[in-house]
Design a protein around this ligand. Structure first.
Ligand SMILES: O=C(O)[C@H](O)[C@@H](O)[C@H](O)[C@H](O)COP(=O)(O)O
Ligand code: SF4
Length: 605
């Protein structure tokens, strides 16, 4: 079934816009493919180093060019609950590779930051740049050129986007993403947020807050809210980088391990040595990217993907814009109510039918390109399944049901929760911005109020604690862009602004920084571009200026006489405090070259 004509039209305009860069990219990929099995270009010395620690059997296998070798890129560490399960994956994957007649080696590791640990801390100023550092680190591993396919072990916020950039940079190789799955459900996310707001008001102490947080984040696996990490899993599934049904199976379960083994064997089956060669650079095309954006809107996914999807697409020569994302939002309905867009968590989402049901609904309406290549073969319809553990310990896939097992969490296409995806681009005399309203009540989609300007999130929190913010206002938090301080998430603003909103005040946030994928209830115009330090108009806003954020009209305006505003001198605060400390001095070169948010805020292109 062909896609809806509006989806086709947007896809066509992306294809047209991307033609020069996409064709140049594909030429590079095909040139690399034409060189044949990559180990064959290595010298004997190179090869001997490459398999020095292998068994005699593997050395024999790798000495020739008939046995496929799988390169693993792992983001294992104990900081991310979502990545901790990867500690045991290399051994599992090596064993599965041998069972399939291949070899598997860890090509390299990549760094991974837990945004939950660094949230509100100086480390968060390295977070966005870590995406591109991860892409470079993965490139270092794959540059050994020993491999016929790659598997990527990563889940969280900047890690999957960075790994996708690497996978597409090495687009001549087939690549499969292997997740570790969500944490089992703990304290409900809305209850955690309620305790946070009580703490912000001084009504509970640190002991109660730590108890609530620890009951929420309690074990291995991805945090269960629908933030950037779980948006990543949705994207990898709907873009065809996952084996069908991989996204939301809990860690350390037989089905999880069966999916991991299966992915390793599939990666070896789709190399150039077999008859289903599926290089990532050809598998992912403009239709795959559009499918990813559609999934983002249908699930109320993280705003961080208005940065990451643009950067990921560029790695394959595809030019995705915020206008594309905004226009698709007008078409795609919201089908999932997962925190912060609802009370459920990703385990409930999966139990209600999960990705298989979601994809089935979107395909039924023609909102997805079905005729795409995936690591599993041709066509997205193969992903409308429910994964189960078979008698033999392998994965079996049953067709997804026609009905949602929980219509309050996962809706049918005929009865969506909202008619659109709620991720809009705003334009006006402050430049461009992005707003996600799928978690914002309709009466708050337009906010017009006096500005109060802050130069970091701690200033706002201090003003709140001092009782200075009990009024209608728009918080303008600026000098938070990529060139300023690395564009940290300002998620610690959510509790105080949420308290003020619950007290009945009209509040909103305007910032050239980012929010967490878990942020939601307060209207926020984020990623304002140009950023303050880059000549952005946001640097000229003064306390008391009337600012209007209109998510319905798609506008972001400061209501000041244009001539008077233009004549203002931009603020130029002292930013030296974010140039040193906790590694920020190492990232000064990246701040200098960082691109604009609407181009992916990348240091790579
Ligand atoms: O984009 C995201 O999804 C966030 O970066 C998330 O990964 C991070 O952990 C947040 O901090 C939410 O968690 P907390 O509400 O516990 O901070
Ligand atoms: S979802 Fe966020 S907080 Fe949870 S493990 Fe991943 S990065 Fe850390």
């Amino acid at each position: 079934m062909s896609a809806d004509s509006r989806i086709e039209a947007i896809t066509r305009r992306i294809v047209e816009r991307s033609k020069p860069t996409r064709e140049a990219y594909l030429d590079r990929v095909r040139s690399q493919i034409s060189k044949g099995v990559h180990r064959s270009v290595l010298s004997c010395g190179n090869l001997a180093h490459g398999f020095a620690v292998c068994s005699p059997g593997d050395k024999t296998a790798l000495s020739g060019d008939q046995v496929p070798n799988l390169g693993m890129i792992t983001a294992y560490n104990d900081m991310l609950s979502a990545h901790q399960p990867f500690e045991t994956y290399p051994a599992l994957i090596r064993k599965a590779a041998h069972e399939a007649g291949g070899v598997a080696q860890v090509a390299g590791g990549v760094p991974a930051m837990c945004d939950g640990v660094t949230q509100g801390q100086p480390g968060m100023e390295l977070s966005l740049f870590s995406r591109d550092v991860i892409a470079m680190a993965a490139g270092i591993g794959l540059s050994h050129n020993m491999f016929d396919a790659a598997v990527f072990l990563g889940v969280c916020d900047k890690i999957v986007p960075g790994l996708v950039i690497a996978a597409l940079t090495f687009g001549h190789l087939p690549s499969i993403f292997i997740p570790a799955g969500p944490m089992t459900s703990g304290l409900p996310n809305d209850e955690k947020s309620r305790i946070r707001q009580l703490y912000a008001e001084g009504k509970v102490g640190r002991a109660e807050l730590l108890e609530a947080e620890s009951k929420s984040y309690h074990g291995p696996g991805t945090c269960t809210f629908y933030g950037t990490a779980n948006s990543n899993q949705m994207l990898m599934e709907i873009m065809g980088f996952h084996m069908p049904g991989s996204s939301f199976i809990n860690p350390n379960t037989p089905l999880r391990d069966a999916l991991t083994r299966e992915a390793a064997k599939r990666a070896l089956a789709i190399t150039a040595l077999g008859n289903e060669f599926t290089p990532a650079g050809e598998m992912i095309d403009e239709r795959s990217i559009v499918n990813g954006v559609v999934g983002l809107h249908a699930t109320g996914g993280s705003t961080n993907h208005t940065l990451h999807l643009v950067a990921m697409a560029r790695a394959a020569g595809i030019q995705l814009t915020w206008q594309d994302i905004s226009d698709l939002s007008d078409i795609i309905p919201l089908l999932a109510r997962v925190y912060p867009n609802g009370l459920a968590d990703v385990n409930h989402f999966h139990a209600a039918g999960g990705m298989g049901f979601l994809i089935k609904q979107l395909l039924k309406a023609g909102y997805l390109h079905d005729d795409v290549r995936t690591v599993f073969g041709q066509g997205l319809a193969a992903y409308t399944i429910d994964p189960k553990l078979g008698e033999d310990g392998n994965v079996v896939r049953q067709p997804s049901p026609e009905e949602s097992a929980d219509p309050k969490v996962l809706a049918r296409i005929e009865a969506p929760f909202q008619p659109n995806g709620g991720l809009k681009m705003l334009t006006g005399n402050l430049g461009k911005a992005v707003i996600k309203i799928s978690a914002v009540k309709p009466e708050r989609h337009v906010v017009e109020a006096p500005a109060i300007v802050f130069h970091d999130q701690q200033e706002l929190q201090d003003a709140f604690k001092a009782g200075k913010l009990d009024r209608d206002f728009i918080a303008v938090v600026r000098f938070q862009g990529p060139k300023s301080n690395g564009m940290p998430e300002l998620h610690r603003l959510t509790p105080p602004l949420g308290v003020l909103q619950d007290r009945g005040y009209k509040v909103a946030l305007v910032t050239d920084g980012r929010m967490s994928g878990a942020s939601g209830k307060v209207p926020a115009a984020i990623h304002v571009t140009p950023e303050a330090v880059d000549g952005g108009a946001i640097a000229k806003i003064k306390d008391g200026d009337i600012v209007r954020l209109d998510a319905i009209a798609g506008t972001l305006e400061v209501l000041v006489d244009a001539a008077e505003f233009a004549a203002r001198t931009p603020a130029a605060p002292d930013l030296s405090h974010n140039e040193f400390g906790l590694g920020r001095e190492l990232f000064a070169p990246l701040r200098r070259v960082a691109g604009a948010a609407d181009m992916g805020a990348s240091v790579l292109y």
